[in-house]
Design a protein around this ligand. Structure first.
Ligand code: PEP
Length: 250
């Protein structure tokens, strides 16, 4: 099977004001200069910046996404944002089930699946996040946890064109810690096998990103692992130089 086109995705979390458009423009110009090689690139700012960033990214080789969506297209859900609204303001991706959403908002696999289905319905790509906690890793349950989360959150009709999986060990997010390349390979190979079991040949086309303390100094090593089709980057996506340093690892 041919490898899918890699994706380097930035998750800005709850960071960024309007002036942050300067950082996005710096990223876009680095990419225009060939800084991301063959990889597709994406920045997911907070909701408040999506429309502004999408305008700045028009005609550039960088896409704009969101960090969450509601499962329904519209209705009486004060404070929520639908996948259709995201598409309408220029987003082409949405992260669903990030561990911070699972922890802060009690999101379950069923919630995450419903959000991934909402993304499909709206015509944007869902980035489904899965990954074990430190306690789960230490008790030898990492694969079991990833298996349950993947089975519970992968929507019917998933394809390489509407879904991305991000393996993000919770203990590696924002900590400076990363699994060994051997441990990353074990989990990514496992996810690939599960995707092929669920989707047949199409399972080869679904990109599996690694996320958790990815930075320019470790990107080449992480991205060189089998079945790692890109990165989901938190902290290091906030600075153009760091994000471009990671993108350059492709
Ligand atoms: C994330 O939260 O998606 C993430 C990978 O964060 P960081 O890169 O900061 O560890």
């Amino acid at each position: 099977a041919t490898r899918p086109r890699p994706l380097i995705a930035g998750n800005w979390k709850m960071n960024g004001l309007l002036k942050g458009v300067g950082e996005l423009e710096a990223i876009a110009s680095g990419i225009a200069g060939g800084g991301a090689g063959h990889a597709e690139t994406l920045i997911c700012p907070p909701f408040t910046l999506i429309a502004r960033f999408a305008a700045a990214a028009a005609g550039q080789h960088i896409k704009i996404g969101a960090q969450d969506c509601h499962a329904k297209p519209s209705g009486a859900h004060t404070g929520d944002i639908s996948a259709e609204m995201l598409k309408d303001c220029g987003a082409s991706y949405v992260i669903v089930g990030h561990s911070e959403r699972r922890t802060d908002h009690g999101e379950t696999d069923a919630d995450v699946k419903a959000k991934a289905e909402a993304a499909q319905r709206a015509g944007i790509i869902g980035i489904i996040c899965i990954g074990e906690t430190r306690a789960e890793r230490e008790s030898g349950k990492a694969l079991e946890v990833v298996d349950v989360q993947l089975a519970g959150s992968l929507p019917p009709g998933a394809t390489g064109a509407n879904v991305v999986i991000a393996y993000e060990p919770v203990w590696a997010i924002g900590t400076g810690l990363t699994p060994t390349t051997g441990d990353i390979k074990e989990v990514h190979d496992f996810i690939r096998a599960k995707l092929i079991a669920a989707l047949g040949e199409e399972g080869h086309n679904v990109r599996i990103l690694y996320g958790g303390s990815c930075k320019p100094s470790n990107a080449a090593e992480l991205m060189g692992v089998d079945n790692v089709d890109g990165a989901l980057v938190g902290g290091a996506s906030l600075k153009a130089a760091d994000f471009l340093g990671i993108a350059a690892a492709y």
